[in-house]
Design a binder for this molecule. Structure first.
Ligand SMILES: Nc1ncnc2c1ncn2[C@@H]1O[C@H](COP(=O)(O)OP(=O)(O)O)[C@@H](O)[C@H]1O
Ligand SMILES: [Mg+2]
Length: 368
């Protein structure tokens, strides 16, 4: 056949779609996952972010098939996988602890899934070699896990998950046991490999920086529920709940009462004193108690008349920016601003809202 008749080979194979619909998991009296619905697009990395105990691992293990949910549906490309045993779901999983077989070499660990599937010997050898090369571990094929660093063990674990050519790759805090520099290396590696293989990926983490840098979209979980799903910048700029505002990025919480409402503009009389005018698409009626969540970069130290009195305790210059540690009564605040010259001395200041900043307003009960 002449060359031009060869079918076109795309670099990244089309990924697969994962849909989680109203999944509920109960352990005895504990509702660990409460009717979670999530849709992951082909080839996407979705980060599942939330505090310890919020149900991330339980949801991941439900997708992998190690846990049978009490309710709900899980489909890949529209086909239900709920009833399939883990080995037949086309799902690869990498755990927080390396979970490699200690008595097997790196190559044997990677080969395991293919042997379990009864693949021919020749194919196993080729695929193990290619996958170890993809995670840059070719030179370590004969080593046992004990003779590999933590980062290297996680690369082997990744190869073991990828070698079966999964439709969905699940990563449960895969960097948690690694120190900072190794973590960054492996984050880059996983993103590179994920793009190359085009594999749809759910990454569990409790680290917001990791979620922000790795993910196309983030889902923030709290107490078994998903509170918001969206691109990282959307969650940062327009958090749906006070929990999301506090969990994604840093936030300053100021409680107060709505004094006046003019369309989206709300005048909030703050408990710490002063009035702040906040533009809020979510409307509140006059007299309602609210929680104003302002990012460190949305507040200024030179609030003028409209601001409230506070005490600057400490300023930390960080290259181009400066962090101010401020206290107003019992309320501690953190401000971040562009640095111009030396930071101001500690002492009395007035805190105001930066012109054009859009902090978030929530009903006061809406706290974690
Ligand atoms: N095997 C289990 N039996 C009983 N309760 C469990 C079990 N596994 C997890 N849980 C509980 O379910 C909730 C969610 O746990 P988990 O999914 O591990 O959270 P995360 O991964 O977000 O830290 C927690 O309250 C945890 O204590
Ligand atoms: Mg977990």
């Amino acid at each position: 056949m002449p060359d031009q008749m060869q079918p076109v080979r795309t670099l990244a194979p089309a990924g697969h779609r994962l849909d989680i619909e109203a999944v509920r998991v109960r352990y005895g009296q504990t509702l660990a996952v409460r009717d979670v619905t999530l849709n992951v697009a082909p080839g996407e990395i979705l980060a599942l972010l939330g505090p310890s105990g919020c149900g991330k691992t339980t949801l991941l293990r439900s997708i992998a098939g190690f846990i049978r949910p009490d309710q709900g549906r899980i489909t890949v490309d529209g086909r239900a996988i709920d009833r399939l045993p883990p080995g037949q779901r086309g799902v690869g999983i990498v755990f927080q602890s390396y979970a490699l077989f200690p008595h097997m070499s790196a190559a044997e660990n990677v080969a395991y899934g293919l042997e379990a599937r009864g693949r021919p010997k020749q194919e196993i050898v080729q695929r193990v070699e290619a996958t170890l090369a993809a995670v840059r571990m070719s030179g370590f094929a004969a080593r046992r896990p004990a003779n590999l660093s933590g980062g290297q063990q996680q690369r082997v674990a990744l190869a073991r998950a990828l070698v079966i050519e999964p439709s969905i790759l699940l990563l449960d805090e895969p960097f948690a046991a690694l120190d900072r520099s190794l973590r960054l290396d492996l984050q880059l590696e996983i993103k590179r490999i994920q793009r190359r293989f085009g594999v749809t990926c759910v990454l569990v983490t409790h680290d917001q920086d990791e979620a922000m840098s790795m993910a196309d979209r983030m889902a923030v979980m709290n107490a078994g529920q998903v509170e918001q799903v969206g691109p990282p910048t959307e969650l940062y700029d327009t958090p749906a709940t006070a929990f999301v505002a506090g969990f994604v990025g840093t936030t300053n919480r100021l409680s107060g009462v709505v004094e006046a409402v003019m369309g989206e503009a709300h005048d909030i009389r703050l408990d710490v004193g002063g009035v702040m005018r906040v533009q809020s698409p979510r409307t509140f009626s006059r007299g309602a108690r609210v929680l104003l969540c302002a990012r460190p970069e949305q507040l200024t130290l030179t609030g003028g008349e409209a601001g409230f009195a506070a005490e600057l305790r400490l300023s930390l210059p960080l290259g181009p920016s400066v962090i101010h540690d401020v206290v107003a009564g019992a309320t501690e605040l953190k401000l971040q601003q562009a640095r111009h010259g030396a930071p101001p001395p500690p002492g009395p200041v007035r805190i105001g809202l930066l012109a054009g900043a859009r902090p978030s307003l929530f009903p006061e009960g809406d706290t974690p």
